[in-house]
Design a binder for this molecule. Structure first.
Ligand code: AMP
Length: 284
C-alpha cells in the first residue's frame, strides 16, 4: 500500500494510474477505522482497479470543539487494517495541506437537505462536509466514491452536490454495519463509558420496533412511543427522532403509499453523540 501526505504527490501517482485506463474507487474517512469502514473499502476494491482511502479529521465539519479535540486517532492500527483489505493507496494529509492558512468552509445550497436533522443540530456541519468531499474529489478524481448509509443525510447531500455541480463521479451508498448487539459501528463508540456502551444497543432495538409500528400505526403515535421509551432510560438522552421522506429528508406527518421513508435518530450517551437510522415500510 502506498501512503501519501501531499496532494501533488498523490495527484502525480494517480495520473500514472489513469494513463493506464484503470478505474479509481474512493472511500473518504476520518480514520479510527472499524468494520463499517472496511465494508466500504472491500466494496470499492471489488468494483475498481485501484482503491484510494483518505484519513482526514476535517475540522470544518465539527460544530463542537471538544468532539474535534477528542476524536480518536489510531493511524498505526488503521494502516494495518487497510493493508488487510488490500487498499492500494492511503491519503493522510495534514490540515495545512488541505486548507493552507484559512480553515473555512464554502457555503453550499443542497436544496434544503442541509436544513433537516443533523443540519438543524450541527451548525455549519454540511458546509464542512461539502467542502472537504469536493476538495478530496478534485484531488483523487475517482470514478466511484463509497459512503455509508450510517450517515444517510450526508449520503443524500453528497449525491446532491455531485448532481448540482455536474461532477463526474458515481456515488455508491453502502448498508450500515453493526456490532453483534445491533449498535451501529462508529469511531466514537470507543469513547463510550462501560455503562453507556451497555445501554447503547437500545437505540437500534427501538428503531426496529419503530419499523414494526410504522407498518400499522400513524406517525404521531410512533413519535410519542419513541419519546416515551427514552424517558425510561436516563443514561440516554434523545436529541431528535424523526420519520422523514428518504428523498427530501423532510419530516413526515402523514404517510403516503408511494413514498419511501426512514426513521432517523440522534442520542447522547453521556458526552457521546450517536446517530442511527432505519428504512421503513408501510404495511410491513
Ligand atoms: P467517518 O470516518 O465516520 O467519516 O466515516 C467514513 C465513511 O464510513 C462514511 O461514509 C460513513 O457513513 C461510513 N461509515 C461509518 N460507520 C459506518 C457503519 N457502521 N456502517 C457503514 N458505513 C459506515
Amino acid at each position: 500500500m502506498k501512503i501519501f501526505t501531499t496532494k501533488q504527490e498523490l495527484k502525480d501517482y494517480l495520473s500514472t494510474i489513469k494513463a493506464k485506463n484503470k478505474s479509481i474507487g474512493f472511500v473518504p474517512t476520518m480514520g479510527a477505522l472499524h468494520e463499517g469502514h472496511l465494508s466500504l473499502i472491500k466494496k470499492a476494491a471489488t468494483k475498481n482497479d485501484t482503491t484510494v482511502v483518505s484519513i482526514f479529521v476535517n475540522p470544518t465539519q465539527f460544530d463542537n470543539v471538544e468532539d474535534l479535540k477528542k476524536y480518536p486517532k489510531t493511524l498505526e492500527n488503521d494502516v494495518k487494517l487497510l493493508k488487510s483489505v488490500s487498499c492500494d493507496i492511503l491519503f493522510t494529509p495534514s490540515v495545512e495541506e488541505i486548507y493552507s492558512e484559512k480553515i473555512t468552509s464554502e457555503k453550499f445550497n443542497f436544496d434544503g437537505l442541509e436544513h433537516q436533522m443533523e443540519g438543524k443540530f450541527r451548525d455549519g456541519h454540511f458546509d464542512g462536509v461539502g467542502t472537504i468531499v469536493k476538495t478530496l474529489f478534485e484531488i483523487v478524481t475517482p470514478n466511484k466514491a463509497y459512503f455509508g448509509e450510517k450517515d444517510f443525510q450526508q449520503l443524500q447531500i453528497i449525491k446532491k452536490m455531485v448532481q448540482k455541480s455536474n461532477l463526474d463521479v458515481k456515488i455508491k451508498g453502502c448498508p450500515i454495519f453493526r456490532e453483534k448487539d445491533g449498535l451501529a459501528m462508529s469511531s466514537r463508540n470507543t469513547r463510550l463509558t462501560k455503562e453507556h456502551r451497555e445501554i447503547a444497543p437500545l437505540i437500534y432495538k427501538i428503531l426496529k420496533k419503530t419499523k414494526k409500528k410504522f407498518g400499522t400505526e400513524n406517525v404521531t403515535k410512533v413519535n410519542k412511543w419513541v419519546e416515551k421509551q427514552f424517558k425510561k432510560h436516563p443514561l440516554l438522552e434523545l436529541e431528535y427522532f424523526t420519520i422523514a421522506d428518504e428523498k427530501t429528508l423532510k419530516t413526515v406527518i402523514i404517510k403516503e403509499s408511494n413514498n419511501k421513508y426512514r426513521a432517523f435518530i440522534a442520542v447522547f450517551a453521556g458526552e457521546i453523540r450517536l446517530i442511527d437510522n432505519i428504512r421503513l415500510k408501510i404495511n410491513n
